[in-house]
Design a protein around this ligand. Structure first.
Ligand code: ADP
Ligand code: MG
Length: 334
């Protein structure tokens, strides 16, 4: 009898081990103006649903905080900060972290990443929306853009211990270049805290994953082909880490045969030229998001050096003509 019992316990262990885990997939359509997907390993659907619900709530919370267009009751978000007319607003730790990260990124990128670019981005947003609504495509005049240059001033963003204040009237924050990466970090952190064995999240090109190896095979992440977004430039096998992409194919309209996209070079105040797609493989979602955007704007060598300083493991750059370069360079054999 004892032997028999031992056998049953062993079988139970085998059943509840890694192999009994199943992958559950879901998508979210209401966060960060993009399609997001989440894959979690769980013992059963009930457990998977708990993970999905918790991640969705956390993403919604971060989405609302970063929203520059809509206000929400009881939340001091980016819209509220931009409209505070010089008053200091108390903000959550999340917003504090993100703004602090942005101020630091401005220094590290010599201003290529500027979270105080909101006034200029708003002009481009208006022109893009009108073109996408079917009006005749146009671009802002030089004077229109130059009128906001003085407002794109990161020194007007004053962080205090628990709050923030914008000291220049008209200066506006926009966290679009880094928010999804921070959110991907936070989603994976939450899943780990909840005891989820293995997960992959994709927030509109900000892919983060962990413990692919717990199931004896790494996650596979496709790198979108910048010139043919339905195709792939490469497939990366990764167990733990982030694969983050920025592209001129995501938010754009056509004007005189040119793609007027959403990554703005703070020097020219025009859509950054030179790249059509950038991808970074690294250990942090926030860094990956910031770097993929910075690589789009900075001169190539400077961008690569910066990414290396941040410990990026791989970089994919597709230039405007569709030429793909990988760093470190790899040959077919390795
Ligand atoms: P996506 O949001 O499509 O993933 P990115 O991560 O590259 O793309 O971020 C682009 C967004 O960042 C823009 O939509 C805008 O909100 C903001 N942005 C554009 N140019 C800059 C810039 N030079 N510095 C900081 N933020 C920027
Ligand atoms: Mg980015």
């Amino acid at each position: 009898m004892r032997k028999y019992l031992f056998f049953i316990i062993l079988s139970l262990f085998a059943l509840t081990g890694c192999d009994s885990m199943q992958k559950y997939d879901t998508q979210f359509y209401d966060v960060f103006d993009t399609v997001s997907s989440l894959s979690v390993y769980a013992k059963n659907e009930e457990e998977a649903k708990q993970y999905q619900k918790a991640v969705h709530e956390r993403l919604l919370e971060l989405h609302r905080l970063c929203d520059p267009y809509n206000g929400y009751d009881g939340i001091n978000n980016i819209k509220a900060i931009n409209e505070a007319k010089g008053a200091e607003l108390e903000i959550s730790d999340d917003l504090h972290n993100m703004i602090e990260y942005g101020i630091n990124a401005h220094k590290k990128t010599d201003g290529a990443i500027n979270i105080a670019l909101g006034a200029t981005l708003e002009i481009w947003h208006r022109y893009r929306s009108e073109a996408l609504e079917g009006k005749e495509a146009a671009i802002p005049t030089k004077e229109e853009l130059e009128s906001t240059r003085a407002l794109d001033n990161i020194s007007a963003v004053e962080l205090t211990k628990n709050g923030v204040r914008i000291t220049k009237s008209g200066t506006a924050l926009d966290l679009g270049a880094t928010a999804k990466g921070y959110a991907a970090d936070e989603a994976l952190k939450l899943l780990k805290e909840m005891g989820c064995d293995s997960a992959l999240i994709n927030l509109g090109g900000n892919v983060g994953c962990y413990s692919g190896s717990a199931h004896n095979k790494p996650w596979k992440v496709g790198v979108q082909d910048a010139l043919d977004p339905d195709g792939l430039s490469d497939v990366i096998e990764i167990s733990d880490g982030f694969v983050v992409s920025s592209g001129n194919y995501q938010r754009f309209y056509m004007y005189n045969g040119k793609k007027m996209h959403h990554i703005i070079d703070p020097e020219t105040l025009m859509p950054a030229e030179g790249m059509s797609g950038t991808t970074v493989v690294c250990g942090s979602g926030a860094d990956g998001d910031m770097l993929s955007t910075a690589l789009f704007i900075l001169p190539k060598e400077k961008g690569i050096k910066l990414a290396e300083e941040y410990g990026a493991q791989r970089i994919y750059l597709t230039d405007a003509d569709g030429r793909l370069e990988k760093y470190p360079a790899v040959t077919e054999e390795n």
